[in-house]
Design a protein around this ligand. Structure first.
Ligand code: SF4
Length: 422
């Protein structure tokens, strides 16, 4: 069989990791990647409904595929990701031209369907070479039920992958060319609590750190209420674990944090950041913030702005609140901040953060930084520092997969430019 596949992905890193796993399954089944839906025989949409605007994009994409299926009736369309819940019938009614719906990481359903399509009983991963930097899921689902979040309803309860499976997977990736792994989970700090030996995230990092050939280890996402001192120490002491921590705060006001059911106060969050800075002086921190949560007034919003101003994160992902049907906030709290006010708050925080990130990155001018080269874009090599700064440099030699030293010659709030040092 010679047939092409195209995967359209939106949303978090977990979705990106799932999409690359789906690609490996499809390639093993004999499909090859194509660059657009029009050229594909099989199209996978990996959806996100964490925010209304993400869901709107998925629906627009699904609608556009209806016309494509008319022109190309043999096109097989698959929908996965957080849009697919237990009640598939509803989706089938809305989108009758979709051939398969499967819940996030329900690989069995995909494999059974793939087996029928290809006449093969099973499809085994993995064939194509992995990227320089690969994602590895270590814990699925979430037990936290933050009031605004749909994830626990769509991805289920926390389920840690056995440590030996993760080590085996990473060893295999490294043998095939991966230099860096990013361990993924909605809440990686909970890793291991459901396994018989109850290993912690710090134990997993220590084991991974001893894998020969692996150069760097990252992990996403942490929950401030669950991040413990052992994990901070592990980042400080293990040489392959990068000095970058993603620590979503979501709001700087305690009443809002309580309504969000986040399980910490702004003061506790500040104290955790202080501990991290003490243990890891060169750490870079990123966070997520939601503005316009139900009942958020100007004074409460200002607390969030103050928190960003004082803690000075390297990156901040800012989203305006949108109610997600089925969540606690959707059920119990009125979405009472007007859309224009949400947008105004979002823009104010964006402007504040742009200035902070510009100042932080400007301090890197003239510094010599270690960069792991992940690819080439528009004639320039691109890679990341240990602190997750995106760096571009031009050079005629092939540096893919290399750790190189770059002298930083230009900075901006979002990336750095430099010159390779030989
Ligand atoms: S920790 Fe909260 S925000 Fe994160 S996935 Fe779980 S419920 Fe959602």
């Amino acid at each position: 069989m010679v047939a092409g596949y195209y995967i359209w992905t939106i949303g978090c890193q977990m979705n990106k990791a799932d999409s690359s796993y789906i690609a490996s399954l499809l390639e093993q089944a004999g499909y090859f990647p194509v660059t657009c839906a029009e050229a594909a025989d099989i199209m996978v949409l990996n959806s996100c409904v964490v925010r209304q605007n993400a869901e709107d994009k998925v629906v627009a994409k699904l609608s556009s595929l209806k016309g494509l299926k008319k022109i190309h009736p043999n096109l097989r369309i698959i929908l996965t990701g957080c849009m697919v819940d237990h009640e598939v019938e509803e989706l089938q009614k809305r989108f009758p031209y979709i051939d398969l719906f499967f819940r996030p990481q329900d690989w069995e359903t995909l494999q059974q369907w793939g087996g029928k399509q290809t006449g093969r009983v099973n499809i085994l991963p993995i064939s194509s070479p992995p990227p320089v930097s690969s994602f590895v899921t270590i814990i699925r689902g979430c037990d936290n039920f933050c009031s605004y979040c749909i994830v626990p309803y769509r991805r289920g309860r926390e389920q840690s992958c056995p440590m030996e499976d993760i080590l085996g997977k990473v060893e295999e990736l490294v043998q095939r060319g991966t230099q860096e792994v990013t361990l993924l989970g909605q809440n990686v700090d909970s890793y291991g609590h459901d396994l018989p030996a109850k290993p912690q995230m710090a134990d997993l990092l220590a084991e991974l750190n001893s894998i020969t050939g692996l150069r760097r280890i990252r992990f996403l996402t942490n929950h401030p209420k669950d991040m413990n001192h052992r994990l901070i120490e592990a980042v400080a002491q293990l040489d392959k674990v990068c000095e970058h921590i993603s620590l979503p705060v979501q709001a700087g006001n305690d009443e809002i944090l309580k309504r969000m059911r986040r399980g910490y106060t702004a003061e506790q969050y500040r104290s955790l950041v202080e501990q991290i800075h003490l243990a890891i002086p060169d750490v870079s921190l990123s966070t997520d913030v939601i503005v316009g949560f139900p009942g958020e007034d100007e004074r409460q919003f200002e607390r969030t702005a103050e928190l960003l101003n004082s803690l000075r994160f390297d990156t901040v992902h800012i989203a305006a609140y949108s109610p997600r049907p089925g969540t606690i906030a959707w059920r119990d709290l009125a979405d009472d901040v007007p859309p224009q006010e949400k947008e105004s708050r979002r823009l104010r925080l964006e402007a504040l953060q742009r200035n902070i990130a510009a100042e932080i990155n400007a301090q890197l001018w003239g510094k010599r930084m270690e960069v792991l080269v992940e690819g080439n874009k528009n004639g320039k090599w691109q890679g990341r520092t240990r602190t997750n700064k995106l760096v571009f440099f031009a050079d005629s030699a092939n540096h893919l997969g290399q750790l190189v030293k770059v002298n930083i010659t230009e900075t901006s709030p979002w990336s750095l430019q430099g010159v390779i040092i030989r």
